[in-house]
Write a protein that binds this ligand. Structure first.
Ligand code: THG
Length: 368
């Protein structure tokens, strides 16, 4: 079945949209009410470039939620179960966000731009509405808005060289998840050492949406000697690395303990935060599912379109949320949740990806 996604006015375009079209984007998808590249024709080539060289990604769909004003820090603290005490200007932290039932509703990166200004760089759900409503209901003195800021990812082992050629060697000293506000010949940029891969790299947050093509082409030229190609966050690499995709792995009502984010929940905090009572209750009653990897039998899997069930005999004992062929392991791998009472060495697990079902064995994470 061949079909197209129509870009209508209700779907937003990235500042890098025209440049990605020019550079041959072959498939688009939807994320945070925006159209975004899904691949440039050869996902395996993008993957190999990410592992061996460097790739550039339009990740403008990782929208920013700005919290500015005297109560900005108070709002940030109240929104996440993580203890963010001591976060410094220029620093970022990975901060799960839960609702009042303790259900994970996003997993953003929080960055402190100044004493009273923070950004949340969000996964695929409407945090702008959530944060604005929480702030208003609590009478906090903070403006919750969406700034003109669009991340461009540069990831892979040669990313430091590309970004150092553009900005100078100081970028090599930048610590993981820290950032600096700078510019590239007048293009305003927040430069962060971050990104959704375990291959390392940077994210260049473009702070003037009219300069998207300029920035894209500057990065492309600087990356040419290092073999840069346009790509997208890689489903293959993220599965091998066990990185969480909120939209794929947790959207169906998981709590942070189930999806492996328990280390970012601090129930000993003195102060209140959204979901605290519910998360305590979840811990008291016992965590029922845990995040695992699986090896799957059968033909090469190129990706899945929806979650699949994990069976033990007739019983559903888990869910697979991503499955894909790993070139590094030369077998099919998957991410998912499994009931906690099922042991790692359980025999006879099956996943309903096609007929016959795939045989599944549990693997520790990350795979690579
Ligand atoms: N880039 C930007 N914003 C984003 C994403 C991005 N927001 C949403 C989503 N992606 C955030 N998701 C993650 C998930 C994992 C990590 C970063 C963003 C990550 N985790 C490390 C790990 O799992 O080992 C370390 C986390 C830690 O120790 O704090 O890097 O891609 N701009």
């Amino acid at each position: 079945m061949a079909f197209q996604i129509a870009v209508a006015p209700n779907l937003r375009k990235s500042p890098f949209f025209d440049a990605t079209v020019e550079d041959g984007v072959a498939s688009l998808t939807i994320y945070n009410h925006m159209v975004t590249p899904a691949h440039f024709g050869d996902p395996l080539n993008e993957y190999h470039n990410l592992i061996n060289n460097v790739v550039m990604w339009d990740v403008a769909v990782e929208r920013q939620v700005e919290m500015a004003g005297p109560d900005a820090e108070a709002l940030a603290r109240y929104l996440t179960p993580r203890n963010i005490s001591g976060i410094e200007v220029g620093q970022g932290k990975y901060v799960p966000i839960c609702n009042h039932d303790g259900v994970l509703i996003n997993d953003p990166v929080l960055q402190r731009l100044s004493d009273d200004c923070f950004w949340l760089s969000i996964a695929d759900s409407d945090v702008l509405l959530w944060a604005g409503a929480i702030a208003a209901e609590r009478g906090l003195e903070v403006r919750v808005t969406e700034p003109d800021a669009s991340p461009l990812g540069v990831q892979g082992p040669r990313a430091p060289e590309v970004v150092a050629d553009l900005f100078g060697d100081w970028v090599l000293e930048l610590k993981y998840f820290w950032h600096r506000q700078t510019d590239l010949d007048g293009i305003p940029i927040l430069l962060a050492r971050s990104g959704w891969s375990k291959q390392g790299g940077y994210e260049l947050y473009l702070r003037d949406g009219s300069r998207g093509t300029d920035l894209w082409n500057r990065v492309k030229e600087a990356g040419a000697p290092y073999g840069i190609v346009p790509g997208v966050p890689s489903d293959i690499e993220r599965t091998e690395s066990g990185l969480l995709s909120y939209g794929a792995d947790a959207r169906f009502g998981a709590n942070p303990f189930e999806v492996g984010l328990g280390q970012f929940v601090d129930l000993e905090r003195d102060d209140e935060f959204v979901g605290k009572a519910a998360l305590k209750k979840i811990v008291d009653e016992g965590i029922r599912r845990r995040r695992v990897g699986f090896f799957l039998s059968g033909e090469m899997i190129r990706g899945i379109e929806h979650p699949h069930r994990v069976f033990l005999g007739e019983d559903v004992v888990g869910v697979v949320t991503e499955a894909i062929y790993s070139p590094r392991l030369e077998q099919n791998i998957a991410l998912g949740l499994l009931e906690t009472e099922i042991a790692d060495d359980q025999q006879g697990l099956e996943v309903d990806i096609g007929e016959p079902h795939r045989q599944a064995t549990v693997s520790a994470l990350p795979f690579c």
